[in-house]
Design a protein. Structure first.
Length: 275
């Protein structure tokens, strides 16, 4: 595995790799969720590139950019073991020169739900991913279902900006108790960790209620009742997978989405309705 830190170095390392090339962008602190993306890329593509970059542009004021977990040495080993050919680990300076001023805005798609709570988040996500796609030039981009709104934003960006790239979405990897793996789970104390799986259970309750014929409002109320009382829900809803606008009744392709705070830690989760 070759580790590169400059965009020019990355281009050079990638130029000689056999195609198709799969690409997995991450912010590091890799867990089994990230590894599922790397493994799927490894199975489907001839060559695999990954990136590790904690992107300052997608964190708002007062968010956890500073304390976001960083684990470069372990990440390197995970990538090597997963069969990554080229690992791109740029410095913030390499991606954002001092007078950086261009950004990518995915429009209304990035304004609701996570975008409403984190106003500049999806501009930061879309901008860094477009930059990475220009540097890496992959044939396929692997994204986790875990970040459902991010998949909608990035599917739109890839289509709107004519990237000749297939977007592959990989199912969420969960702990045995249903909690979706996330680098942010490390922030939970014991009590919060015990309560956190109720976010997934709430989504299951919402979906089941809809499938049993309950009206959407009643189904959402069921989700709120299922969430641990110590948690604070930000939202529960059912949205079209591509437009991320609310739908009723439930039909594919959709996401049943939810976000809640456990102490100071905000977790998001979703169920992907495909059939
Ligand atoms: P991050 O490092 O959090 O930016 O995540 C990098 C990629 O891994 C994104 O496409 C995420 O959606 C994906 N990912 C994160 N957690 C999981 C998970 N539990 N299961 C599947 N994919 C995940």
């Amino acid at each position: 595995m070759q580790i590169v830190t400059e965009p020019s170095e990355a281009r050079q390392a990638l130029a000689s790799l056999p195609r198709p090339l799969g690409f997995v962008p991450t912010m590091g602190a890799l867990h089994e969720g990230h590894l599922a993306l790397l493994r799927q890329a490894r199975r489907r593509d001839t060559s695999v590139a990954a990136s590790i970059f904690v992107n300052p542009m997608q964190f708002g004021q007062g968010e956890d950019f500073e304390r976001y977990p960083r684990a470069v040495e372990g990440d390197r080993r995970h990538c090597e073991a997963a069969g990554v050919d080229v690992l791109f680990v740029p410095s913030p300076k390499a991606m954002y020169p001092a007078d950086f001023s261009t950004s990518v805005d995915a429009g209304a798609l990035g304004d609701a739900y996570e975008g409403a709570i984190r106003p500049e988040h999806f501009r930061g996500v879309a901008t860094i991913v477009v930059k990475l796609l220009h540097v890496i030039g992959p044939d396929a981009l692997y994204l986790g279902q875990k970040d459902a709104q991010q998949t909608a934003v990035l599917r739109r960006v890839v289509r709107d900006l004519n990237f000749p790239i297939a977007v592959e979405i990989v199912e969420t990897v969960r702990e045995a108790d249903g909690l979706a793996l996330s680098s942010r789970n490390a922030y939970l104390n014991e009590r919060e960790r015990a309560a956190a799986p109720t976010l997934h259970r709430a989504l299951v309750a919402l979906r089941d209620a809809l499938q049993e014929g309950a009206p959407k409002e009643a189904a959402i109320a069921r989700a709120h009742q299922t969430l641990d009382p110590s948690a604070k829900a930000d939202y529960f809803d059912v949205v079209d997978a591509l437009t991320f606008t609310p739908i009723d009744p439930l039909r594919p392709e959709a996401f049943v989405i939810g976000a809640a705070r456990f102490g100071t830690t905000r977790l998001i989760d979703n169920l992907w309705i495909r059939t």
